[in-house]
Write a protein that binds this ligand. Structure first.
Ligand SMILES: *Cc1c(COP(=O)(O)O)cnc(C)c1O
Length: 344
């Protein structure tokens, strides 16, 4: 198979139309079996449920080439479970886990020429999503739905090393108590846009959201979970019902315990402890960057700088990141079931 002639290492993170996408439809109370198609356009009613009441959920994962030349994805079974959980919360009929895995296989093999080569740092980003497609005017779930998966090649997250970022404590909330913070829904992102544009205008890279009930505890950013390392070398993971269960975070917790000899503590983390300097390192985690280092946190003008400052990622975060990316790339042996090979 001939690869596309792209400058893989210099790709950014933006949409590029690839050859094939998977589409399945839910009609008359059942999902059809779905197929790969060429058409990237969607024609729907002006009154589709997704357009009126934002009835849509999504996932994000990557396909990439390992050291031994295999095309793989990382723990797609967890993306399937999470999409199903998200769908149920928005009264969207969930697809089966089997259909999810099959759709990933088809989209990756149908776009094999777009999977970047090993060593480029680039990957093929996969975006599965389900949305209400039939007309809805009274507030209720749509009758019909569409499931799609498209693929778009994305470049390395860090070009020229991981640079620490400055983040602010946001005055906005991303999730209500007992709301939808724990599911991957477009609506959580729609309401974070004003907050992120504002933060960027003020010179910050990201927002840290606090727990919506007391506004004293650390939750996460708009699209990544937060990790801390304390002065005893433990990985400290904020716990809350409104944090999105990041697959990267859950994998890093395992890697910390089983590969790096670190103790993991999952508990509520007070903003106060962070600003008092109780933690040595801090980072954001998600599929895109695996870990990206936080250099400084700004709480309404009061600034705290972590030990490694603004020049580089701290040693514990670096070790965690290198170990997980090594597992993903086939350089370090993976736990059973973490890597799904795709025949292309
Ligand atoms: C997707 C997402 C993450 C990261 O999850 P991964 O599975 O690690 O990619 C974190 N926070 C939010 C709000 C998200 O939507």
């Amino acid at each position: 198979m001939e690869k596309k002639n792209l400058d893989w290492s210099n790709l950014g993170f933006s949409y590029v139309k690839t050859d094939k996408r998977f589409v399945a439809n839910y009609k008359n109370g059942a999902w059809d079996k779905g197929a790969l198609i060429d058409d990237d356009m969607i024609v729907m009613s002006e009154d589709a449920g997704v357009l009126q009441y934002a009835q849509t959920v999504f996932e994000g994962l990557k396909a990439y080439t390992t050291k031994d030349g295999k095309i793989v994805t990382f723990r797609p079974d967890l993306n399937a479970d999470r999409l199903i959980d998200s769908a149920k919360r928005l009264e969207i009929p969930p697809i089966s886990k089997e259909m999810f895995i099959e759709s990933i296989r088809q989209v990756v093999s149908g776009n094999a020429a777009w999977v970047p080569p090993y060593g480029s740092g680039a990957s093929l980003y996969l975006r599965p999503y389900i949305f209400g497609i039939s007309p809805v005017i009274g507030v209720k779930p749509a009758d019909d739905y569409q499931y799609r998966v498209f693929a778009t090649p994305v470049g390395p997250y860090f070009k020229g090393g991981a640079k620490p970022i400055v983040v602010k404590i946001s005055d906005f909330d991303r999730a209500a108590p007992h709301g939808t913070g724990h599911i991957k829904a477009g609506l959580n992102y729609a309401m974070s846009l004003h907050a992120i544009v504002t933060a960027h205008e003020e010179g910050f890279s990201e927002n840290i959201y606090l727990d919506p009930q007391t506004r004293t505890k650390i939750e996460e950013t708009g699209g990544a979970n937060i990790l801390f390392v304390d002065f005893d070398g433990n990985l400290v993971v904020p716990k809350s019902n409104s944090i999105l269960p990041s697959i990267t975070r859950r994998s890093l917790v395992y890697v910390a315990e089983h590969y790096c000899g670190m103790k993991v503590i999952e508990r509520e983390v007070e903003l106060k402890e962070v600003m008092n300097g109780d933690f040595k390192e801090c980072g954001l985690c998600g599929t895109a960057a695996v870990i990206s280092p936080i250099g400084k946190i700004n709480d309404h003008g009061k600034e705290f700088e972590f030990s490694n400052g603004m020049t580089e990622m701290g040693p514990a975060m670096t070790k965690l990141r290198n170990t997980l990316t090594g597992i993903q790339m086939g350089e370090i042996e993976a736990p059973e079931g973490w890597i799904m090979e795709i025949d292309c």
